[in-house]
Design a protein around this ligand. Structure first.
Ligand code: ATP
Length: 231
């Protein structure tokens, strides 16, 4: 069953002269002047060596980190002008985040883990449960719905994490090494899911070291020393 989209399409994202410096004394320029535009419905792979700044870039895009300089706009909204609480709200409304380490609650069932993502979505319980079942079916785990997350394999855990994110119908999906811990067949299943989500009009942005993962994207950028080396 398709995941219902109940909002207008994803907003364009625009980064101009973005810098992110870590540390007070030994200043690390994790991002050093990044200009990037991401159109609604794009499927972008962010690649580059370890330490290049890929995760920092994804975290800035997903409003998990604020740049130390530069301008970031989400649609018409300039992020710098927002208060922290407004940033949190915008993140929750627009972005879905998937990480390499799955952050599941092991003692809860698959269904409960997915439902956690819906707690803040303002849905009635019956609606929430229907949504949970639909997305768990979509990731191919209906048969494990009531089982504890602790009993799942790595590939299954990643699919639950994706289901949890999809349950909230994000307009933009950000994934940091979503296939990093997976064998080839599980990686293919996860990439198939990202392709499906993209086909429904969601913007997909994925950080990866993995060539197979990058090949699923329509567009690729290479980050090097905090800069975009190749568009
Ligand atoms: N919270 C932090 N505090 C200090 N330095 C940080 C922090 N986060 C990242 N860095 C530094 O910023 C640089 C870029 O890190 P980032 O994690 O973005 O790289 P990456 O390309 O995602 O690397 P990897 O592929 O290994 O995950 C690195 O030098 C890293 O050590």
């Amino acid at each position: 069953m398709a995941v219902k989209r109940d909002r207008t399409g994803p907003p364009p994202l625009r980064l101009q002269g973005i810098e992110r410096i870590f540390g007070a004394q030994a200043r690390i320029r994790a991002l050093d002047g990044v200009d990037l535009e991401i159109d609604p419905g794009d499927y972008l792979a962010i690649t580059g060596r370890s330490g290049a700044g890929k995760s920092t870039l994804l975290n800035v895009l997903g409003l998990l980190e604020q740049p130390t300089a530069g301008r970031y706009t989400v649609g018409d909204t300039e992020v710098r002008a927002l208060r922290a609480r407004q940033v949190d709200r915008l993140r929750g409304e627009i972005f879905g985040l998937v990480f390499q380490s799955f952050h599941l609650l092991d003692h809860l069932s698959v269904a409960q883990n997915v439902e956690v993502g819906l707690t803040y979505a303002g849905l009635r319980r019956q609606e929430a449960l229907q949504r949970v079942e639909a997305v768990v079916e979509k990731v191919g785990l209906s048969h494990r719905l009531r089982e504890r997350a602790a009993t799942l394999s790595g590939g299954e855990r990643q699919r639950v994490a994706i289901a949890r994110t999809l349950a909230r119908s994000p307009a933009i999906l950000l994934a940091d090494e979503p296939t990093g811990n997976l064998d080839e067949s599980n990686a293919e299943a996860v990439l198939g899911l990202l392709d499906d989500v993209h086909a429904q009009g969601v913007t997909v942005i994925v950080v990866t070291h993995d060539e197979m993962t990058a090949e699923h994207a329509q567009r690729r950028i290479v980050v090097r020393d905090g800069r975009i080396e190749r568009l």
